[in-house]
Design a binder for this molecule. Structure first.
Ligand code: TYM
Length: 333
């Protein structure tokens, strides 16, 4: 069609380290699903990123397949989107090396995630943990992505991606598209239910702080009922009410209700009622995802078929960018 505009490219990825959390889902994966019709979407399981922290081999293999099935169950349709496994596409490791040589030690030292992770894994501050954002920059730049849907914690990594791309383009011409982060208004930073000043994370020491999308309804209800709040017992959004603000943002994200509406609906009711309502809404939201997951995971052959097909296409697309960059640098291709 003459007027048909070429669809913009979306790229994002998730680490398959353990199960997918409600934070991953509301901050990122849900938007991946929503963007599938309007954009040309490319998603990856960033398994190369996971080895910056030690993994148990058998568990890692299981996590990768489970994560692939979970993301499909969330609504990623492999007929519409490309969904591949990063380590199966060699361009990612190649591009990471190239970009490492165009990234400064100083700029990587400023990454807050590196500072946090190196404090947490003080016995294993490996070079991969330090250059992690470069691998991520390569992931994005290989596909000439326009938009990158992520949670707020990845903002700094998107910024360094743009800095690296601009630097490279400045030297060699327009090799990389400069991408843009796409951070949702609601759900960009889901906080721990046990310490609402900290991000919900699968590595939370307190298991009750983190909801996994495959948690049973009973577990989800228990976690929400035990969520830390304040002593005010009045459901409204305000500075300093981190626990309630977090619950309101989760409730709003899964029901679509505005904060004003939520405040109205819970006027005169206590926190107990509110926590139960949030838990129930999350259980209902996740129910179809869990049903699809239970179906999908039975058919490992089908899952393999899906990623092998996507791996092959991803390799073709990404190899073009690797070749272009290598040629510009001066390699003999
Ligand atoms: P990862 O695996 O830690 O998280 C995957 C996605 O989930 C978002 N997220 C959250 N959003 C809201 N609230 C939370 N509590 C929360 N926790 C996680 C993250 O922002 C992310 O969007 N380095 C990346 C993976 C990656 C990547 C990429 C992302 C590798 N290459 C290229 C985008 C583009 C990471 O560790 O995400």
């Amino acid at each position: 069609m003459e007027n048909e505009k070429k669809k913009e490219i979306v790229f994002s990825a998730i680490q398959p380290s353990g199960t997918i959390t409600l934070g991953n889902y509301l901050g990122a994966v849900r938007n991946w699903v929503k963007m599938q019709d309007e954009y040309s979407c490319i998603y990856a399981l960033a398994d190369l990123h996971t080895i910056t922290v030690r993994q148990e081999p058998a568990q890692m293999r299981k996590n990768i397949i489970d994560a692939y099935a979970s993301i499909m169950a969330c609504g990623i349709d492999v007929e519409k989107s490309l969904f591949f496994i990063q380590s199966h596409v060699k361009s990612h490791a190649e591009m990471a090396w190239i970009l490492n040589c165009y990234t400064q030690f100083g700029e990587l030292s400023r990454m807050t995630q590196f500072k946090d992770k190196s404090a947490k894994h003080a016995d294993n501050i490996n070079a991969g943990l330090f250059t992690y954002p470069v691998l991520m920059a390569g992931d994005i730049l290989l596909y000439q992505a326009d938009k990158v849907p992520v949670g707020a914690d990845q903002k700094q990594h998107i910024e360094i991606t743009c800095d690296i791309a601009r630097r490279f383009n400045g030297l060699y011409g327009n090799v990389f598209k400069i991408p843009e982060g796409f951070i949702p208004k609601n759900g960009a930073r889901v906080m721990s239910l046990q310490d609402p000043t900290r991000k919900m994370s699968k590595s939370d020491e307190n298991a009750n702080g983190c909801v996994h999308i495959l948690d049973t309804p009973e577990t989800i209800m228990r976690k929400f009922k035990r969520a830390i709040t304040d002593s005010e017992a009045h459901v409204h959004y305000a500075e300093g009410k981190d626990g309630i603000n977090n619950l309101m943002s989760i409730y709003s994200a899964v029901t679509g209700l505005s904060y004003e509406q939520i405040e109205k609906d819970f006027e005169g009711k206590g926190y107990g009622d509110f926590k139960t309502a949030v838990g129930e809404a999350v259980v209902e939201h996740l129910r179809p995802i869990q049903e699809r997951y239970n179906q999908l995971v039975k058919d490992k052959g089908y899952i393999e078929e899906c990623y092998r097909k996507a791996d092959e296409i991803a390799l073709k697309i990404s190899s073009r960018t690797v070749n272009k960059a290598m040629k510009k640098i001066g390699f003999v291709i």
